[in-house]
Design a protein around this ligand. Structure first.
Ligand code: AMP
Length: 223
């Protein structure tokens, strides 16, 4: 099984993806995380991707497709995987099918209104040590500057600045949103309300996944 989580920046794909990974035991592949790691490690790929990411634009299809092809070929992905942030356009969706054509798909769009998204992104802070995500306004750490679990400093992603957020939203509307029609036509698409608490959104997602995965025979029924 291949689960694809998509939704605009700030919709909670990363947070929900981690919960799905934990509950269903499918490895989460986040192209954003893979690219940020490559940038931090200053690999040739990271150096190529950095300017595009900082400007809120999409990194070239070839680069992300290679990352996904390599990662999904690893043994832990054999029984299935969860994609977070890939595909971002129709060309990537087609290329995903070509690289792993027989795998059944479940596509979930996390739907959140623009006003909430901007608020979430502008005040998002990430721990430089363990990657925990906070929000200065909605879910602050106890000590504003440091992570509750590991004590490392918190930082703001470069692409969470207001003008870059606008560009990311524009790219989403122009390219990524087209995936809705594409996956609707394949009859593998569902939309989940992404407003409310993390737990509320996850219970909507897992209700849907429990049903779909049992039907697909991927899990035998859950407690
Ligand atoms: P994310 O963490 O998913 O918000 O991704 C952060 C940034 O990484 C995006 O704004 C893009 O610049 C880049 N990126 C992540 N996934 C992709 C993708 N599938 N295709 C192209 N660029 C991507």
């Amino acid at each position: 099984m291949r689960i694809i989580l998509f939704g605009p920046p700030g919709s909670g794909k990363g947070t929900q993806g981690e919960l799905v990974e934990k509950k269903y035991g499918l490895p989460r592949i986040s192209t954003g995380d893979l690219l940020r790691q490559a940038v931090a490690d200053k690999t040739p790929l990271g150096l190529k991707a950095e300017a595009m990411m900082n400007g809120g634009r999409l990194v070239s299809d070839d680069i992300v497709e290679d990352l996904v092809r390599e990662r999904t070929a690893e043994p832990d992905c054999h029984k299935g995987y969860l994609l977070d942030g890939f595909p971002r356009n129709i060309a990537q969706a087609r290329s995903l099918e070509a690289m792993d054509p027989k795998r059944p798909e479940i596509v979930i769009e996390i739907d959140v209104g623009l006003d909430i998204l901007v608020k979430r992104l502008e005040s998002r802070r990430i721990c430089v040590g363990c990657g925990a995500v906070y929000n200065n306004k909605l879910q602050p750490s106890k000590n504003e500057e440091r992570c509750d679990s590991c004590g490392s400093p918190l930082h703001q992603r470069k692409d969470d600045q207001p003008e870059v957020i606008r560009e990311r939203m524009r790219v989403y509307r122009e390219q990524t949103e087209k995936l809705r029609e594409y996956y609707l036509a394949k009859k593998v698409y569902t939309r989940v309300d992404g407003t409310g608490t993390v737990e509320e959104v996850f219970s909507r997602i897992s209700r849907y996944l429990d049903r779909e995965l049992v039907q697909a025979g991927s899990i035998k029924g859950l407690p």
